[in-house]
Write a protein that binds this ligand. Structure first.
Ligand code: GLC
Length: 726
């Protein structure tokens, strides 16, 4: 439909029909709508006239079901304006990929892009038009359960993966029937709740927000994300859903976002709880003025805007503005020409859990799994080894993780089944996730006694990951630690496999295990991927996108911290000097740092050299990195390039990631990588909130982890003059 026709349609609509477009309902309001509910439900009566004026529905899919609801809806909608079908297709639809935090550990944008593309092709055939993904909230606090949905603690990694995910979901422009619109979320800074407590206050400076949190949303919008979702939290003292500075000045003006802004579930209604709205009428006014186009499940718009619109021309104008954006989205998706264009029972059958998709999901898992410890090269297991498995994850197929909606983990998706294809496996779980039965424990320990090496399969259930799962204690459950301690006491060599959706405090696990493998929630073919890593069929190549603390007391902990005025000197003096930025009961460093991960091959970073010690806006810095694989097996590495600015107008991180590349290095070979560093990589947030690069002295650091880096100095000769030169 031409834009003029969309405008004409808007003009044909009554005020009731316009306000209807602004409402999003869960599918259970519709005839035969078996919905997946992802938020608090309120008892709501919805008369049929209002229902058949709705604009969109969430939480339902399936070619037959969606077609039926759409057909019934269009038969009752005066202007035949089709419904938009939206859902949380986050890390897969039927074929489930590793959780996003796991895929971030692949450090491979192509993995993320392909996972989104596969999810789009499967869900589009099942009738979905829009996914509430990618979630690009920067996170630094593993107490918050939704870290599993993010891509971690680093701004640069988040921007790269945010863009990749949007490109995967939406494909090329114009969006075809095998792709879906991306809704980037949660705008903004939902990943920084105080104390890691779900839905809690976010209070960070605009300087920090713009430097560290905003870039990933900006990258998704630059990649043409068609929708943005508001976040539940406050920011700069105002709930995001009513925050005109955030939504009008920053999102609409600065980021030039002209797409659809949807509230999170009942976020408009919750403005009352926040204490900025007296009632739903007031809340609907605040949200509309902030530019929220779609009201997800608060019913504020449908119940209050009509009166406001008749009273106030500005409200009517704002309603028209929002309705036009929604109609334009439906037009972009081709729904006016064919409301059923993406629905296909044939493609649904052909794509869902297809062999090719399962291969992709398994590959993504293999690229995401992180080898955290491997003392004495106890791994990889030699083929045919007889192994004893224990722990709740030995026979559990709970490997899909939260936000895996339509995914179903097959019964054979267990570590015992997958490893049993390669080794002689005896498996006795011994304990549950949180359950300890002395008799079962005794059987497990009795069985383990006959083996010198034991594989402990430990972890957290997916029900304790994702939304509304904040935890104050991020260690493994005591029941599992009882099992692990008993195995250690029996002198076993222990390989610990940990499945979870967040960094855990693995200090004690690390202390008693010879090897530690972190599997995240690895998805539909996760067990197979874990088995292939354990037996060395696949080289471990995952690297941590988020720091693993030694203790929850260190949180928030992240690699790109500021130096402070009393930094550690990393000399013996640190122990004597009381007045330093440190703890008296714990180290400052994480147990495992950002970017860290081991392989079986011995790949080291041999050298970092730069072609020019001076760079300028016109003359980028060219850096060369050489790797060497001194072992007799093919290796993998994630080369990480960090930047440190010696003097800034605002404090500068001790280092921050500006580039990375994942490479293969053949047995006994070297690999040479080249990086080009431009002025853009040097830009940072100044006190006047401009994002510019200063002339001055810098260090380039290259490493295979954020804590091991070779450094070389260089000068950037043109940008803002250094203050000291004044
Ligand atoms: C939830 C989540 C959001 C999700 C939405 C719809 O409350 O916060 O991420 O997309 O509701 O399910």
């Amino acid at each position: 439909m031409e834009n003029t026709q969309v405008q004409a349609l808007l003009e044909e609509m009554t005020i009731e029909e316009k306000i209807g477009q602004l409402g999003q309902l869960s599918a259970d309001f519709f005839p035969n709508g078996q919905a997946t509910i992802t938020g608090p439900m309120q008892a709501q009566h919805m008369d049929l006239d209002t229902l058949y004026r709705s604009g969109s529905v969430l939480g339902i899919s399936g070619a037959k079901q969606v077609r039926a609801i759409q057909a019934d809806f269009l038969a009752h909608n005066r202007l035949h304006i089709p419904l938009l079908f939206m859902a949380d297709v986050v890390h897969g639809y039927k074929t489930i990929f590793p959780i996003p935090l796991g895929m971030a550990a692949s450090f491979d944008p192509e993995i993320v892009k392909n996972a989104s593309a596969v999810a789009a092709s499967e869900s589009a055939a099942g009738g979905i038009h829009v996914t509430f993904a990618p979630m690009v909230d920067l996170v630094r606090d593993p107490r918050w359960g939704r870290v599993m949905e993010s891509t971690g603690e680093d701004t640069y990694l988040n921007t790269v993966l945010a863009a990749a995910s949007v490109q995967g979901f939406q494909g090329e422009d114009p969006l075809d029937e095998e792709h879906i619109a991306a809704c980037v979320k949660h705008f903004a800074a939902y990943g920084a709740p105080e104390a890691g407590r779900e839905y809690n206050t976010v209070d960070i400076s605009e300087w920090r927000f713009r430097e560290q949190y905003l870039p990933s949303y900006a990258a998704a919008i630059k990649a043409q994300a068609l929708l943005v979702m508001t976040s539940f939290n406050t920011l700069f003292g105002v709930p995001a859903t009513a925050n005109q500075h955030l939504m009008r000045d920053i999102l609409r003006e600065e980021l030039d976002f002209s797409g659809v802004l949807i509230s999170d579930w009942d976020a408009i209604g919750e403005l009352i709880n926040h204490g900025v709205a007296g009632d739903l009428d007031h809340a609907s006014d605040l949200a509309l003025k902030a530019g929220v186009d779609i009201d997800m499940m608060s019913f504020a718009y449908s119940r209050y805007l009509k009166r406001a619109a008749t009273l106030d021309a500005e409200t009517k104008r704002l309603i028209d503005e929002s309705v036009l954006r929604i109609l334009e989205l439906k037009n972009t998706l081709g729904l006016f020409e064919d409301p059923y264009r993406n629905i296909s029972i044939e493609r649904e059958t052909a794509t869902e859990l297809s062999p090719a998709h399962l291969v992709d999901a398994q590959h993504a898992a293999e690229e995401s799994i992180v080898l955290l410890k491997n003392a004495g090269q106890i791994l990889p297991l030699q083929p045919g080894t007889s192994v004893f498995l224990t722990g709740p994850l030995s026979e559990s197929n709970d490997l899909l993780g939260s936000w895996s909606w339509q995914g179903k983990s097959t019964p054979d998706n267990t570590i015992a089944a997958a490893l049993g294809q390669r080794c002689e496996v005896k498996s006795v779980p011994g304990v549950g996730y949180h359950a300890l039965n002395e008799k079962q424990l005794k059987v497990a320990l009795g069985g383990a006694h006959h083996y010198d090496t034991v594989i402990a399969c430990l972890g957290i259930p997916s029900s304790e990951s994702g939304e509304a799962t904040s935890m104050t204690d991020i260690r493994l459950p005591e029941e599992q630690m009882t099992l692990l301690r008993a195995l250690a006491a029996d002198g076993k060599r222990i390989i610990s496999i940990v499945i979870a959706g967040r960094p855990l405090d693995l200090s004690e696990v690390d202390a008693v295990s010879d090897a530690v493998v972190f599997g995240w929630f690895p998805g539909s073919r996760g067990a197979e991927a874990i088995a292939r890593i354990l037996t060395g069929e696949v080289e471990p190549s995952g690297r941590l996108p988020m720091s693993f603390p030694r203790s929850v007391g260190q949180v928030p902990i992240y690699y790109n911290q500021y130096n402070t005025g009393r930094p550690l000197t990393h000399t013996p003096n640190d122990a004597e000097n009381k007045y330093l930025s440190k703890y008296i009961d714990e180290e400052n460093t994480p147990l495992y740092p950002f970017g860290y991960g081991l392989g079986y091959a011995q790949v080291t970073l041999q050298s970092l050299t730069i072609e020019n010690t001076e760079m300028s806006s016109q003359k980028p810095m060219v850096a060369h990195v050489r790797l060497e694989n001194s072992s007799n097996r093919d290796g993998r590495a994630v080369v990480q390039l960090y930047l440190h600015q010696k003097i800034g107008e605002t404090v500068r991180p001790v280092k921050r990631l500006i580039a990375f590349e994942k490479v293969a290095v053949g047995a006994g070979e070297t690999a040479d990588l080249l990086f080009s560093v431009t002025e853009d990589s040097l830009r940072y947030m100044h006190t006047d909130l401009t994002n510019t690069a200063d002339a001055g002295e810098y260090e380039l650091l290259a490493g295979l982890s954020s804590d091991a880096t070779q450094a070389v100095g260089f000068t950037f000769t043109n940008g803002l003059k250094e203050k000291s030169d004044d």
